[in-house]
Design a protein around this ligand. Structure first.
Ligand code: HEC
Ligand SMILES: [Cu+2]
Length: 364
């Protein structure tokens, strides 16, 4: 299939998905080539045939032929629609088939480098180590402008945008070193935004992970631990407890659930929703609450990702009688001026507001 074996413009396929894309790529290329030859050939032929001075009949030139027009518009349209349907199907199927058991890697694009982070806390710059034969899922965000994660050997590419998480997945099939590029012109050093994916044997990768990425510095915290740390530093636990209370909704079991907003809409609590809830809480207000959450717009992307990983790990406590002493918010009660000062309410219920981490028990 690979006509350009060995040439860097057409790398050997190295992921499970690559062949499906190659088939489409070659079909489009061959179609284009076929029409190039057909149209170019006919044009040359007629140029030669009707050149000035040639001995051909020029009387009564044909200026219209409906059948021919329908044919040369209709066939290309049908072919183009078929290619459109095929590629859309490829794309949608691939995006939908986000593997559940994938190795999760977080990617932060910034001018001009790739910053990668593994679930266990190992961080890499412009390098990613993954095991062969294992699905890898990238959750990506940009810290500045729009970038695009491009892994040509894996035939994988997706935009990396600020303010929103995008996802990309691939299953490497070959051990080796593969290019990691940025496919979006993102500034002067865009072309230097180059890294490598190191695909390793599974056992070798396990060793690599154990050694903290073969670095001399030990891995300090995994993502959940770092998230718990930020949670404590920012006192999120002052308002978010094991169950809903007057100061804020519980975040236990939040991830992946449907949330009711005050404006009547229902939203799916995915990573982007959680990120928005932290960086711009006023945008969407959870039913039964008011815009009382402070805006945390100066958190770094890695810290937001860590917080999200921590929130994801909060599950609903089983059994009744939540440890939280605050009375649950009666969502049918209209808000009164007494609700204006959360500290007042907290004092009324006799719970200290500062320096308490109510979700401490959920930490691993
Ligand atoms: C002063 C109290 C307060 C603090 C501190 C606070 N929050 Fe909130 N938070 C709220 C309230 C009230 C809401 C519900 C209103 C809204 O949606 O903005 C909320 C909503 C949320 C939601 C959306 C939950 C849902 O029900 O859909 C997330 C996620 C969240 N907060 C995370 C955090 C994190 C992370 C921190 C710490 C960095 C934090 N909050 C600090 C009061 C607080
Ligand atoms: Cu870029």
């Amino acid at each position: 299939m690979n006509l350009f074996r060995g040439l860097p413009i057409y790398p050997e396929p190295a992921s499970e998905n690559a062949l499906r894309y190659d088939l489409l790529f070659w079909t489009i290329t061959l179609l284009s080539f076929f029409f190039f030859v057909l149209v170019g050939g006919l044009a040359l032929y007629f140029v030669a045939k009707y050149r000035s001075g040639s001995n051909v009949v020029r009387s009564n030139p044909m200026d219209h032929h409906t059948g021919l027009e329908i044919l040369w518009s209709g066939i290309p349209i049908l072919l183009a629609l078929a290619v459109f349907a095929w590629s859309t199907n490829n794309f949608v199927n691939h995006q939908r088939r986000m593997p559940k058991d994938a190795l999760e890697v977080f990617v932060i694009g910034k001018r001009w480098m790739w910053h990668l982070q593994h679930m266990n806390g190992i961080r890499e710059n412009n390098e990613l180590h993954v095991p062969v034969g294992t699905p890898v899922k990238m959750t990506m965000i940009s810290q500045d402008v729009i970038h695009a994660m491009y892994l040509p050997d894996f035939r994988a590419q997706f935009h990396v945008v600020p303010g929103r998480y995008t996802e990309l997945h691939f299953t490497p099939t070959k051990v080796g070193r593969f290019k990691m590029l940025c496919a979006m012109h993102c500034g002067t050093k865009h072309s230097e935004m180059v890294g490598f994916v190191h695909v390793m044997e599974k056992a070798e990768f396990a060793r690599w992970l154990e050694n903290g990425g073969n670095r001399n510095i030990p891995v300090a915290l995994d993502m959940k631990e770092r998230g718990a740390q930020v949670w404590a530093e920012k006192n999120c636990g002052n308002c978010h407890g094991d169950s809903d209370n007057v100061r804020g909704p519980s975040l236990a079991g939040l991830m992946g659930s449907k949330r009711q907003m005050t404006d009547g809409t229902t939203v799916l609590a995915d990573r982007t929703y959680v990120r928005d809830s932290i960086t711009a809480p006023w945008r969407q207000i959870t039913q039964g609450y008011r815009a009382e959450m402070p805006e945390y717009s100066n958190l770094t992307e890695p810290d937001i990702l860590a917080l999200t990983a921590f929130i994801e790990s909060l599950t609903k406590p089983s059994g009744e009688a939540p440890a939280d002493a605050l009375s649950p918010r009666d969502k049918t009660r209209p808000l009164t001026s007494a609700d204006d000062n959360v500290t007042d309410i907290a004092n009324k219920y006799g719970k200290p507001v500062v320096g308490q981490q109510q979700l401490g028990g959920s930490r691993k």
